[in-house]
Design a protein around this ligand. Structure first.
Ligand code: 6R9
Length: 663
């Protein structure tokens, strides 16, 4: 390492506050501190600012209807169409500009640019095909697709005809697909025959068929994108299955009038993990969600129409929905999509793409940054990254070291870094610095956004003092919030509101949203998010329920009982640790371990694969018979266990500890 770099690193290590770069501030979409007071004084009308970013077919008459908390409604009376907002209205001025720059896996050197004109055309054609298939307003269409342009096209085609989409991450298993289709009563599926990963053509069709076989109701039509072409496996489609390419060709030149949707009509469902084994169908609506993603893209990601904005998330997760598709396209910018992985063909793939496309923003996850850091700064150093103006992270806490590495080696100390806290349920960003306004403090996400009333409270719901750990809450509703859990209002209240609200009250002041994260707040009101306080793990920024993994393991033949916890992991943040008790007569051997790993992959997907499977004759339990998960976590992290004398079976602890250490 040259001397000046070492010096720089030493200086950065000591620095715990960073001012927004002047050059950035001078051009930022939001650069005036007064926005915080303005929003507070003018709440909830301040959110008209977000609604003004959209084109409405009919103006709304009420900004917020809070007459029936926690079933809040936003921009009621208003009508709009999300696809028209993301496409049609940009045609006059930006029809020839790129809407999507898609970078495919470098197999056939295939990359595709869709101008707004071209994207509009194909969305119309596919919308016509869906309609001809019988998809009507409010029919849920499931998508089980890799990172190919047909995914956002299918989403926007659904939005155009008022059919909510439910995107299932392609890395999820066949089982996971079936459960989600069933829960949403979804009779239509858009999928692909495969995709490329590290140069290999992977089949996706067989997995799709397997999932469809488990859906309890009739699935009327399946659309298959032929991604593999000549590399494909030559499947014969069933009679209700159609190739996407054929459908679009048949509809060449078709135009479909965008259906005018009520602001509160459902735009999409997204399934996410919670405390129980059953994933939750988070419902987002058209007006509030689109306003929220557009406003936060503008204010936090500083998106401008002339940008080439790059978010490296997968559209199968909420980050891709909000910040690859809806937010950026609503603002008429160029949004990038990358099909592959950051280390193929080389570990500089992302930097190569940024240089080639002159990307202006990069929005990625701490787990990726930790991997980049491990690979070394020589990879970003090989490329000219000077087109970048802003960097962002999302998905999990980022430690100051990784933050500073990102700031220095990717941003060259001239890009602000926004550490954005939010969730599937919040629709978009909630806690982060405004990059043109606020001092950055590595490790702390920042203050709540203007108009967002986030507080850190103790178990009684009282605000904690600066520096003390507590629970993150949101005290007032916001337009991008989930409206309910699909077909389950009761669970919606139980999961998010019951903890800190007076659930008998009609007064919105008595209702508090609880995201199930722990947090600290400092004297400047900056919030550091500490992580989940429920049984949800965060593996590489992906949300996984311990209960889902446990029930998959218990479903494996020969397993009597299982407990799953998160152990610390250098790159993934958290890794899955499974403690397993076998039934009498089953050996705790490699074969059993393999079947357990396979069972988890089949039920959820490879992302949930246990890092360690620890066989144990017993699990540590309290006298009342509850599994002591805290203790299992401490064992996984090789931490001091403190007093274990209250256990019913203290002897088991040492046994397990030895196994973990010896593995
Ligand atoms: C967008 C997204 C949500 C959970 C959330 C929290 C964690 C997200 C974070 C963060 C610390 C950040 N999380 N952003 N923790 N700092 N900047 O990731 O949605 O998949 O629903 O996960 O992720 O624990 O509750 P989702």
């Amino acid at each position: 390492m040259p001397d000046d770099t070492a010096e720089l690193e030493a200086r950065l290590e000591e620095q715990d506050e960073f001012e927004p770069p002047e050059e950035f501030v001078a051009q930022a979409n939001v650069s005036d501190d007064s926005v915080y007071d303005e929003f507070e004084e003018n709440w909830p009308e301040c959110w008209e600012r977000a609604a003004e970013l959209l084109d409405w077919d009919e103006e709304y008459d009420t900004v917020l209807d809070d007459s029936n908390p926690p079933f809040y409604e936003w921009f009621t009376g208003g009508k709009l169409n999300a696809s028209a907002n993301c496409l049609d209205r940009h045609l006059d001025e930006r029809g020839d500009e790129a809407a999507i720059e898609w970078v495919g896996e470098p197999v056939d050197e295939e990359n595709r640019t869709y101008t707004y004109e071209e994207l509009h055309r194909e969305v119309n054609e596919f919308a016509a095909a869906l309609r001809e298939m019988g998809v009507g307003e409010d029919d849920v269409v499931t998508m089980y697709m890799p990172m190919i342009p047909e995914l956002p096209i299918a989403m926007l085609a659904c939005a155009r005809i008022g059919a909510p989409h439910s995107v299932v991450f392609a890395g999820f298993s066949a089982d996971a697909l079936a459960t989600r289709m069933e829960s949403a009563d979804s009779e239509y599926l858009v999928t692909a025959n495969g995709y490329f990963r590290r140069g290999d053509a992977l089949d996706h069709y067989e997995k799709t068929r397997e999932g469809l076989g488990d859906v309890g109701h009739d699935v009327s039509d399946v659309v298959v994108v032929d991604r593999l072409g000549d590399h494909g496996h030559g499947h014969d489609l069933e009679s209700n299955e159609h190739y996407y390419q054929d459908l679009v060709e048949e509809q060449e030149g078709a135009e479909i009038d965008p259906v005018s949707r009520d602001a509160e009509d459902m735009l999409f469902l997204m399934y996410t993990s919670g405390t129980t084994g059953q994933p939750k169908g988070v419902k987002h609506t058209t007006g509030g969600y689109l306003a929220w993603t557009a406003w936060t893209s503008q204010a936090v990601l500083d998106v401008k129409p002339e940008d080439t904005y790059f978010c490296s998330a997968d559209i199968g997760w909420i980050t891709g929905h909000s910040y690859i598709v809806y937010g950026p396209l609503a603002l008429g910018t160029t949004t990038m999509m990358y099909e592959g992985t950051p280390d193929h063909p080389e570990r500089d793939r992302l930097w190569e793409i940024i240089e080639e496309y002159e990307a202006t923003q990069l929005y990625t996850a701490p787990t990726a940054i930790r991997a980049f850091m491990k690979w070394g700064s020589e990879y970003p150093d090989q490329h000219d990254l000077s087109s970048l103006r802003l960097l962002g992270t999302v998905g999990e806490p980022i430690n100051p070291k990784a933050w500073k590495w990102y700031y220095q080696h990717v941003g060259d100390e001239s890009c602000p870094v926004v550490d954005t806290w939010w969730q599937t349920e919040t629709g978009g960003m909630m806690v982060t610095t405004l990059p043109g306004v606020k001092t950055m403090k590595p490790g702390s996400a920042g203050p709540p956004l203007p108009g967002v009333d986030a507080q850190v409270v103790d178990v009684n719901g009282d605000e904690v003092d600066a520096g003390r750990a507590g629970y993150l809450t949101v005290q007032k509703p916001w337009p991008g919030m989930l409206r309910t859990l699909y077909n389950n209002d009761e669970r919606y209240i139980d999961e998010y509101w019951a903890e800190y609200s007076d659930t008998d009250s009609d007064d919105p002041d008595d209702w508090v949203y609880f995201p199930e994260d722990g947090a600290k707040i400092d004297e400047d009101g900056y919030i550091t998010v500490l992580g989940r306080v429920d049984d949800v793990l965060n593996v590489s920024g992906h949300r996984l329920g311990t209960m889902e993994i446990e029930s998959a393991i218990v479903g494996v033949e020969g397993v009597a009982e299982a407990a799953v916890v998160g152990g610390k992991h250098d790159v993934k943040g958290e890794a899955v640790y499974a403690y397993v008790i076998t039934e009498d007569g089953y050996d705790e051997d490699e074969e059993m371990r393999d079947r357990i790993v396979e069972g988890v992959e089949d039920a959820i997907g490879p992302i949930a694969r246990p890092e360690q499977v620890v066989f144990t004759p017993e699990l540590p339990k309290t006298r009342s018979g509850k599994i002591m998960r805290r203790l299992l976590e401490d064992i996984a992290n090789e931490e001091d266990l403190g007093d274990t004398s209250t256990l019913r079976n203290p002897g088991v602890v040492e046994d397990i500890q030895q196994k973990v250490a010896g593995d």
